[in-house]
Design a protein around this ligand. Structure first.
Ligand code: NAG
Ligand code: NAG
Ligand code: NAG
Length: 387
């Protein structure tokens, strides 16, 4: 996921060129360049980085795999499991500890990882960190150290699959290089900090399966680089902010299983690359914006809301749905005739509404089961009983 590009110290190259030009010989150029690398050797991680890592390790307990057994010796850049350093500066750049991974250590043991303890604030002393992945260890608890927002080079922060509680640091928006923020499958509470909208490099936001409440920041649409926003299964309430539709790179929006109310903004159907829209399991009301039927969306789940009115009769060749689930709402009227002009519908569920009338004869309905049409007021025709 993260491609590391070594940084060259341009200033030392320039200084050195100035000197060699004064000397005026190519020989000097070569000698000087050799001595430059031998006089200022950076061959091991600084003792302060090593001490910070050892303090980080001391707050954790990993009983099965022994991943920390490799954390020995003075050079933390040398074969410490999960640690990568900048090749030039030998500062710790990445902490990459995954409890479920392709790593031979995990595969050989035939177990998934399990680790307890907490994330020590000493991690914040590693101020050149670009990646923090402490993922899928199931048992790590405690809070996200608030000082984590002072790591200026952080690009990936992935703590998925632990038991981390407390709140998202209020000033998370300071991490202006952050591209991946993944706190899914934890026990976080509190609100989404207002400052989150300041993460102008953020591409991937995953807060699924926590206990986060409050509303979505109104200026969420400032996250112009965002391509996936996954907030499913929290306690987030209030309206879906219209500003979400300004995020023109957004391809996957999952707000399901929360407490959102109000209408679905029609502008969402006009987003240029949005392919997946999951709004199921909320308290959304109003009607289905007709723009959703002719958008780029191919996975649409609006199930289990309080959506009313008719299904918009605007299907056409641009309507391509792998999944369209409108079940458990208050839809009425008939199934629109235009649905037969959709270019594809793989799976449809219209059950548990108040629909009525004849089910249109559509080739791609042939493989749809009767259960997709059941529990309506008076639908009839194949695959239900004849009218
Ligand atoms: C790993 O676990 C699987 C399923 O539990 C089992 O079938 C397999 O024999 C195990 N392999 C080893 C090397 O223990
Ligand atoms: C977002 O960033 C701007 C500019 O750096 C700053 O003025 C503002 O206070 C930040 N907003 C929040 C909520 O932190
Ligand atoms: C749509 O959402 C509902 C409620 O969360 C879920 O039960 C259902 O499986 C989803 N439909 C599809 C086709 O994934």
């Amino acid at each position: 996921m993260h491609i590391y590009t070594p940084k060259h110290t341009m200033s030392s190259v320039h200084n050195y060129q100035a000197i060699s030009i004064k000397m005026g010989t190519i020989i000097w150029l070569i000698i000087a360049s050799i001595s430059l690398t031998t006089i200022v050797p950076v061959t091991a991680c600084p003792p302060s980085d090593r001490a910070a890592l050892l303090a980080f390790k001391a707050a954790l307990h990993e009983p099965h795999l022994g991943i920390f057994k490799s954390w020995i010796g003075t050079n933390c850049c040398n074969k410490w499991y999960g640690i990568t350093c900048d090749p030039t500066t030998q500062r710790v750049a990445d902490i990459n500890l995954r409890g479920e991974s392709e790593d031979p250590l995990l595969q050989k043991s035939n177990k998934t990882g399990y680790m307890t303890g907490s994330i020590s604030p000493s991690i914040c002393k590693l101020n050149k960190l670009s990646t923090i992945v402490i993922a899928d260890w199931k048992g790590i608890s405690g809070i996200i150290p608030p000082c984590i927002t002072s790591l200026p080079f952080l690009r990936i922060l992935d703590l998925i699959g632990n038991q981390i509680s407390g709140e998202i640091p209020f000033d998370i928006g300071k991490l202006n290089r952050l591209t991946v923020l993944n706190f899914a499958d934890n026990k976080l509470t509190g609100r989404i900090p207002r400052s989150l909208s300041n993460l102008s490099s953020l591409k991937h936001l995953d807060l699924r399966n926590n206990m986060i409440s409050g509303t979505i920041p109104r200026n969420f649409g400032k996250l112009r680089m965002l391509s996936r926003a996954l907030l499913s299964n929290n306690k987030i309430y209030g309206p879906i902010p219209e500003s979400i539709s300004y995020i023109y790179r957004l391809s996957d929006l999952d707000l399901s299983l929360n407490r959102f109310t109000g209408p679905i903004p029609g502008s969402i159907g006009k987003m240029s690359v949005l392919g997946t829209l999951n709004l199921d399991g909320n308290q959304l009301s109003g009607t289905i914006p007709s723009s959703l039927m002719t958008s780029r969306i191919s996975i649409l789940n609006l199930s289990r809301n309080a959506i009313e009115g008719n299904i918009p009769d605007v299907f056409g060749p641009r309507s391509y749905f792998m999944v369209i689930d409108l079940s458990y709402n208050k839809l009425k009227g008939s199934i629109p005739k235009s649905i037969s002009s959709a270019s594809y519908i793989g799976h449809i569920d219209l059950s548990h509404n108040h629909l009525c009338g004849k089910i249109p004869v559509v080739t791609f309905f042939d493989h749809i089961e009767a259960s997709s049409f059941m529990y309506n007021d008076c639908l009839c025709g194949k695959p239900l009983k004849a009218c």
